[in-house]
Each structure stands twice: as C-alpha cells, then as structure tokens.
Design a protein around this ligand. Structure first.
Ligand code: NAX
Length: 328
C-alpha cells in the first residue's frame, strides 16, 4: 500500500466541494491505488462548520477503502499542514451591488492568508490549484504570498473552459471528444478567455479545415465557451458545480499522473512564453509528465489570436494592478 497523500480542500462544504470530495476519496483524482487523507477547510461560522460535519459524516458512510483519514477545520494552518495537493475552492462570492474591484480585494485578503499558510506548513512540493474566482488573480496572490515555495507549484483552473470547448468542438465537427487533441484556452478564466482550435485535430485530421467556418469560430464558438458559466447560472439558478469539480479532478490527475504527450490547458505563472509578462497567471497549452508541466512552445500566433491574447492579458494586468499594493 502506498503512503497516503494529504489533500487539502477549502470551501469543502460548498457546492463544488460536495461534488469533489467523494470523487477524490474514491481514487478518481490520484489513482485507484493511492490512499488519501482529506484536510477540509471551512469558514468558522457555525452554519459552515455544521455543513462540513455533515459532509464528513457522509464521507464516513461511503466507507471508501482509499480514505485513510479526515480533518475538518476552520484554520488554514491545520488544513494545509504537510499538504501534497491543495484545492483552493472557497472564495468570497460576488454579493448584490458589489463592484468587481471590491470582490477582488475581498478575495485578495483570503488568498494572502492562505498563501502564507501554505508557505508555512505545506509540503515543499505541494501542487496548488485555485478554483475560487477570480481564479487566476487569486492564484497569483497565493503564489506571491508564499515566497518559500516554488512559483510553479501554483496554478489556476482553466480546465473547465478547456472541457467546455472540447464538447462544443466535438459537436460541431461530428467527432468524439476523446479523439480531439491540441486544443487550448489562452488567458484568464473569464469571458475574455480565448479558446483556440487552430491546431486541434481528431484522429490526425485538422478540425479547423474540417469545420471550415471562420464565422462559427468568432460568432458562436468563442462566445459560447466564454459565456457558458453565465448560461448555466441562468438555467440552473446556481453556478456550475459538478462540471467544475470534474475539471479540478482532471487538472490535478493530469498534473500528477501525466498526459501521455497530449495537450491540456492549465493556468500557470508565465515564464515569458508567447510574450506574456513573467508571473502573470495565464492559461497555456501544457503537456504533463513526471509530476511537472511544460508549456507547448513554437505555436504560431496570428493577428486575430494576438488580439484576443492581448485582450485577456490586459484584463489580468488590470486585476494584478488592483491588488499590487497588498503584495508589497
Ligand atoms: P459555494 O458558495 O457553494 O461554496 C463556497 C464555500 O466556500 C462555502 O461553503 C463557504 O463557506 C466557503 N468559503 C468561503 N470563504 C472561505 C474561506 N476563506 N476559507 C474556507 N472556506 C471558505 O460556491 P461553489 O459553487 O462551491 O464555488 C466556489 C468557487 O468556485 C466560487 O468562487 C466560484 O466562483 C468558483 N468557480 C470557479 C470555476 C472555475 O472554472 N475556475 C467554475 C465554477 C465556479 O464558478
């Protein structure tokens, strides 16, 4: 039996948490032979802690063979202690009348505290995925608040956007999702993201050539993927939860276990590739192997793509400027 890995999950009693924890405990994220210890963080309010206790009771009642232990807490120093993986899902939601700027600042406080706690107590190899919005900037803040951890350990979730794009593309081209390769979503997890299928293939055949409809790309595909989160809220009255949890599992599983040479999208701190300034938390095409990700290099960026990439970058730079004074 392998040594259990410690998986910290924040916002554990929320909607995404409820779809996520059971799948982690069943081995879908780290492998069917990998025991896990779940370290769950919730707000100190009694309502949140009671809900967390309820989730833990249900986890117990599943009698998962791979669940080697559980901790429920309101203290990030406890939740992140020796964590090998940290899924930062909990965040301050946008309330009525709240400006985007206020939302950014409220979340900056949360992710500064959590970044510092990770810095102090997590495994030096901890793999951090930020799901809570604004995910890219929250991940950037956590990274900047954890100077003793390698920057590459901090990532943001673009995988839901990637998966949404895969399904839209498969339906349009009449191919199986599983056959599609070389898709990427550049930039911010926000409606400015740029889903890009110029390089995508299915069984080796170019999807751009197969679809052959530039208007569909601009008028249907890009806006549909970009506004999918809003469409789900409109339909369900609640934001995406099961699909978001599924994407988080895909992201960590691929990072830990590898992608077998295939591309996936991860929000990662830029190393300057494709003209994105250093450290901006940006959606890139990556290939994962041996627990590390590597940016796919050498892709041609045409004029339309440069325009789209610049737009999403400008938004991220604006968010970064809005919190710069907090990061010293
Ligand atoms: P919920 O409101 O259902 O759950 C959030 C939970 O986090 C609550 O139980 C709350 O008590 C807890 N929480 C808040 N602040 C906390 C803190 N400082 N420490 C610990 N726990 C805290 O939201 P849910 O639907 O689960 O969504 C969670 C986050 O994911 C939101 O920020 C949401 O916007 C974001 N999303 C990100 C997506 C992505 O692709 N990156 C897609 C789905 C989702 O919209």
């Amino acid at each position: 039996m392998k040594t259990p890995l410690r998986v910290a999950v924040t916002g554990a009693a929320g909607q995404i948490g409820y779809s996520l924890l059971f799948r982690i405990a069943s081995g879908e994220m780290l492998g069917k032979d990998q025991p896990v210890i779940l370290q769950m963080l919730e707000l100190p309010m009694e309502k949140a802690q009671a809900a967390l206790r309820g989730v833990m009771m249900e986890l117990e009642d599943c009698a998962f063979p791979l669940l080697a232990g559980m901790v429920g807490t309101d203290d990030p120093m406890v939740a992140f202690k020796d964590a090998d993986v940290a899924l930062l899902v909990g965040a301050m939601p946008r309330g009525p009348g709240m400006e985007r700027k206020d939302l950014l600042l409220k979340n900056a406080e949360i992710f500064t505290v959590q970044g510092k706690a990770l810095n102090a107590v997590a495994s030096r190899d901890v793999k951090v995925l930020v799901v809570g919005n604004p995910a890219n900037t929250n991940a950037y803040i956590a990274m900047k608040s954890a100077p003793d951890l390698p920057k590459k350990n901090f990532t943001a979730m673009l995988r839901l956007d990637h998966n949404r794009a895969l399904s839209q593309l498969a339906a349009k081209a009449g191919v199986a999702v599983a056959d599609i390769e070389k898709l990427v979503v550049w930039g911010n997890h926000s409606p400015t993201m740029y889903p890009d299928y110029r390089f995508a293939t299915a069984k080796g055949e170019s999807l751009k050539a197969k679809i052959g409809d530039e208007a569909w790309n601009r008028e249907v595909f890009i806006p549909t993927v970009g506004k999918r989160g809003a469409a789900i809220i409109e339909a369900r009255g609640l934001s995406s939860a099961a699909s978001a949890a599924n994407a988080a599992i895909d992201h960590i599983r691929d990072w830990v276990l590898g992608t077998d040479g295939k591309w996936v999208t991860m929000g990662i701190p830029s190393d300057g590739s494709y003209g994105i300034p250093q450290d901006v938390m940006f959606g890139y095409p990556v290939i994962c192997r041996d627990g590390e990700y590597e940016i796919v290099q050498g892709l041609e960026i045409d004029e339309f793509s440069r325009e789209r990439i610049n737009k999403t970058l400008a938004e991220l730079e604006e968010e970064r400027a809005g919190v710069a004074h907090l990061l010293g």
